[in-house]
Ligand binder design. Structure first.
Ligand SMILES: [Zn+2]
Length: 957
């Protein structure tokens, strides 16, 4: 699954860990980002984990699990474990669903073929919000023919653990086969999980409905009764009944369609699926159209489905999907894609960025569709990235699945890593591998430098816990440690080991240790290393956090020691996890020197290591290109020489090394390892920096300072310094024109900053373009986010209304997303307040957009207090709506409460959130509190020094 939102830079800077979810705004993001930062947090992208299910309603908090579950008839529910018993396992399912899109209901018939593993006289499986109208059990032969009926003495259901319990009149015999037959009915819910309804607007203004699914992690049980755990794989044979003017889609290819009795309806019969987990099952009933192309290698049909009016926006996704599928099949995994088709469908209402259902990948519309004329370079990259991510899952996740959700990172970390490789193959000119640093490594470090982080491999039990680990740790840190692993094993060893792992566990499940074992065997067989991959990697996956390596140099002699890095070691937060390794890591230490740009490597065992460097170089730069997931702190002399080199000639370092120096020194200033003045001295070189990624990180780091100073008269010093740093880039920027992907991103970043810093010429140009847009002129796609944002920020109520109307009218998803976010950029409190109230009213804003709106207003300094007040006022509604959509819940909490900078506010936020969330496990609460603590801590320690530095620095400007 690809998450929906990404934290914006401000959030990143503030270390609010939001998950990575990217959603809406990603696209915009950059633009926004740029715009945003320090002060403005306005544009924020919503952060929050990728969400998933509605699974958990507030009444089902984890604490309730400690009391025995009660059945719906009031009796005790005999099975008390949230996990299913292992006495029987499903072999296959025959599922027929009859879907009524007028009444938003469906009826179902299911036969679940099971095998008894042990003698048992009861069966437990999952069901949620489904009314089971008939149940029976048969003994069968191994070909599923009924032999005899078995009496069921008792049928019990519990909502607590979402289970059904069948008490049998006799014991099932080990190894024998049985069939559970159920009839059931339910409704197409509006909650974005399970089997739900979604709608889009036809060009004539009328609504058109569709029925679709989203099951990961635990909502297949909300669509049909099943054994809903990832290791209980089975074959699914699905049939869909619907009106004849609609089409049905499912994981597998359609065999044939026929009339369904004399009902006037038709029934689609799909081929039996490969063995797969329940969370990967999918089906859709809609009136969409498709475009099709076959892959070159194996003639797999790639189909892109959209509402008919959007069919012209499918070209990019189709092209990328064909290229990437061929690349994965032929080059990377070297394992054939086992289905005959790969469908990709744009779903108007969707809780995540996309979902990798085998053979039927569902997408947020903006993640799949792209308009050459109207969408930006960022939109384009997002589509390609999501397609590559979901296709990687077809092997990593679908073919081989994690045994349980504690290993979710295996799926998501790997897909996160692969999306860059996949897109890099399709569009090498986008430099995706360079972008990994910003998008993954540094974002992962932001989240993982907090006490409220969690280990990559984390114990999870109930749906709310499972939902919350779709976050920056599983995705970005997961992807980053895999990249580090690839780097020290070598690409070919890594790919060969991975291939063996996938072959060995095909159509089955695996744990993290299985991957390490396969890689160790490969590495040892090639003589690459005699180190056990598991021993090394366990220090990265089973403890949270990451190290800072302290480098002490005397002549040619280097001594490296390690300690855990925390942004705020002074935080009072109690940690949820302890470390099995005492916060020590096996670190692949790499370096270059002023005399040799060839990377050297030595292993740092758990404590420290000493080594000698060649020659007599002036400087040593560790963690070459930031391939390792660690920070480096040099001794004072070491930093001074590096700062001097950057300011003399920064081009001796690669863009990635410059980025890592900026990122490390500002993080280390925050943690207290280096003086903030040293970081500011380093930042001086930026006036000569011409590349996007170092600038992006610098703007994040400096933006945090601006954000913390925003209420102070000293803010003007910050502004003056930033405008000075940006001056050369601003002078050479052309508002329109093509360029490389990263040049386009840089332009958006710089202009966004200028807007944010109130650079008059930029504001004037933005206002001029906004005005002519209102009069009918076109805005170049890459400037839209900026112009809408500036137009609203510096505009009138009438301008706001105009954008609102445009938002309502447009059917272009990328456009809709930019317009909606810009509406939160207003400086007018009345407008923002009204917008907040509209966010929970479905007459104005769809449920799938409301968290975006609340979060965006919360990230706008002009709206943050209003948003926090709004959240407090409407807490009950917010809990009810979003507790089951944890990514949105998290986004709302972090964006509206994490921005505070005083003890007074900390106390108030803490009292409120702790009272309201007592008994629930919402990780966003400690994250927000830690964020505020960090803000206070930074101001206490650094404010005076920074202000003095800025005053002295800007005196001469
Ligand atoms: Zn994913």
């Amino acid at each position: 699954k690809r998450s929906v939102y990404e934290p914006n830079n401000l959030q990143r800077c503030r270390q609010v860990v939001c998950t990575k979810t990217r959603a809406f705004i990603i696209i915009l993001i950059i633009v926004l980002i740029s715009l945003t930062f320090a002060l403005i947090a306005a544009f924020a992208r919503p952060g929050g984990l990728p969400s998933c299910s509605e699974l958990t309603t507030p009444s089902q908090n984890p604490d309730s699990v400690t009391t025995p579950p009660i059945a719906t008839n009031g009796n005790a529910f005999p099975w008390t474990d949230i996990r299913l018993p292992s006495d029987v396992t499903p072999e296959s399912y025959d599922l027929l669903l009859n879907v009524d899109l007028q009444k938003f209901t469906y009826t179902g018939e299911i036969s679940i073929h099971i095998q008894a593993k042990k003698k048992t006289d009861f069966i437990v499986f999952h069901s949620k919000n489904i009314s089971i109208t008939s149940y029976s059990l048969f003994e069968t032969d191994h070909e599923n023919s009924e032999l005899r009926q078995i009496k069921i003495n008792e049928f019990l259901e519990t909502t607590t653990n979402q289970q059904i319990y069948l008490k049998l009149n006799e014991n099932l015999a080990p190894l024998n086969f049985y069939k559970i037959k159920l009839l059931f009915e339910s409704h197409l819910n509006q909650g974005l999980t399970g089997f739900y309804r979604s709608s889009y607007i036809l060009p004539d203004g009328t609504d058109r409905w569709l029925a679709t699914t989203h099951f990961e992690p635990t909502d297949a049980r909300q669509a049909f009764p099943c054994f809903d755990e990832p290791q209980l794989k089975a074959n699914f044979t699905i049939s869909l009944v619907h009106k004849s003017d609609l089409i049905g889609l499912s994981n597998m290819n359609l065999l044939f369609t026929e009339l369904y009795g004399d009902s006037g309806l038709v029934i689609d019969h799909f081929a039996e699926s490969v063995r797969m987990s329940t969370y990967l099952v999918a089906f859709v009933v809609c009136d969409f159209e498709k475009v099709t192309e076959q892959t070159k290698h194996n003639n797999i049909k790639i189909n892109i489905y959209t509402p008919p009016s959007m069919i012209d926006q499918t070209g990019l996704a189709l092209e990328v999907a064909v290229k990437v599928l061929d690349f994965y099949e032929q080059d990377f995994f070297q394992i054939n894609y086992p289905l005959t088709k790969s469908d990709h469908i744009a779903i108007p209402d969707f809780a995540a960025g996309a979902m990798e259902n085998w053979g039927l990948i569902t997408y947020l519309t903006r993640s799949l569709l792209y308009s050459k004329e109207e969408s930006s370079a960022r939109d384009r990259q997002w589509v390609a990235t999501v397609v590559a991510h979901e296709l990687a899952h077809q092997w990593f996740g679908n073919l081989v699945t994690m045994e349980w959700w504690n290993d979710l990172w295996l799926n998501e970390g790997f897909a996160n890593f692969m999306e860059y490789k996949g897109v890099n193959h399709a569009r090498p000119e986008w430099k995706m591998l360079d972008q990994f640093l910003d998008d993954a490594v540094i974002l992962g470090m932001s989240s993982d430098g907090l006490k409220s982080s969690h280990p990559i491999n984390v114990p999870v039990h109930d749906p709310a816990e499972i939902n919350q680990i779709f976050d920056a740790i599983s995705y970005q840190k997961g992807g980053s440690v895999i990249r580090m692993l690839e780097s020290f094993l070598s690409q070919s060893t890594f790919e060969q080991g991975l291939h063996s792992y996938l072959i060995k566990h095909s159509y089955q499940n695996a744990q993290t240790s299985d991957l390490w074992e396969a890689l160790t065997i490969q590495a040892v067989s090639e003589g690459v290393t005699d180190v056990n991959v598991g021993t090394i990697m366990d220090t990265w996956t089973s403890q949270m956090g990451y190290p800072v390596v302290n480098i002490h140099r005397q002549g040619n002699q280097i001594t490296a020691t390690q300690e855990r890095f925390l942004f705020n070691p002074r935080s009072t937060l109690e940690e949820e996890f302890t470390s099995p390794h005492g916060y020590k890591w096996y670190i692949p230490l790499t370096w270059i020197t002023s005399e040799s740009s060839e990377s050297q490597q030595i292993w740092m065992p758990k404590d420290s290591v000493s080594f000698t460097i060649d020659g007599s170089p002036t400087w040593v730069k560790m963690n070459v290109n930031m391939t390792g997931f660690y920070r480096v702190n040099y001794d004072k002399n070491g930093w001074e020489i590096l700062v001097k080199q950057l300011n003399t000639d920064h081009t001796v370092f690669t863009s990635a090394d410059r980025t890592s120096l900026i990122e490390d020194i500002f993080a280390l200033a925050r943690s207290g390892h280096v003086n903030i003045s040293m970081a500011m001295d380093l930042s001086r070189y930026l006036i000569k920096e011409t590349e996007y990624i170092p600038w992006k990180i610098a703007v994040d780091c400096l933006g945090y300072i601006g954000y913390l100073l925003k209420d102070s008269p000293d803010y003007v010093l910050y502004k003056t310094y930033m405008v000075h740093l940006l001056s050369e880039r601003l002078n050479e920027i052309k508002w329109v024109g093509k360029g490389d992907q990263l040049d386009i991103f840089l332009r958006s970043l710089v202009l966004g900053q200028a807007l944010q810093l109130n650079v008059k010429s930029t504001i004037d140009e933005v206002k001029r373009r906004f005005k002519s847009w209102r009069e009918g002129a076109r805005i170049p796609a890459d400037l839209k986010g900026l112009v809408y944002h500036g137009g609203i920020k510096y505009g009138t109520e009438d301008d706001w209304q105009f954008v609102w109307n445009k938002w309502k009218a447009t059917t272009l998803a990328t456009e809709k997303s930019k317009l909606l976010s810009s509406l939160a950029a207003s400086n007018d409190g009345l407008i923002l307040n009204r917008f907040l109230h509209m966010s929970l009213d479905e007459n104005f804003i769809k449920k799938s957009d409301s968290a975006t709106v609340i979060g965006a207003v919360g990230n706008n300094p002009a709206g943050s207090l209003l948003a926090w007040r709004f959240v407090r006022q409407n807490w009950g509604t917010i809990m009810e709506r979003f507790y089951g959509l944890m990514s949105r819940m998290k986004r709302i909490i972090v964006a509206t409460s994490g921005h505070f900078t005083t003890q007074y506010d900390y106390d108030e936020v803490k009292a409120f959130l702790e009272e309201k969330t007592a008994g629930y496990h919402i990780r966003a609460v400690p994250q927000s509190l830690e964020q505020i603590e960090m803000n206070i801590d930074w101001l206490t320690r650094n404010r005076q020094t920074v202000v003095e530095w800025l005053r002295k620095e800007t005196e001469s400007y």
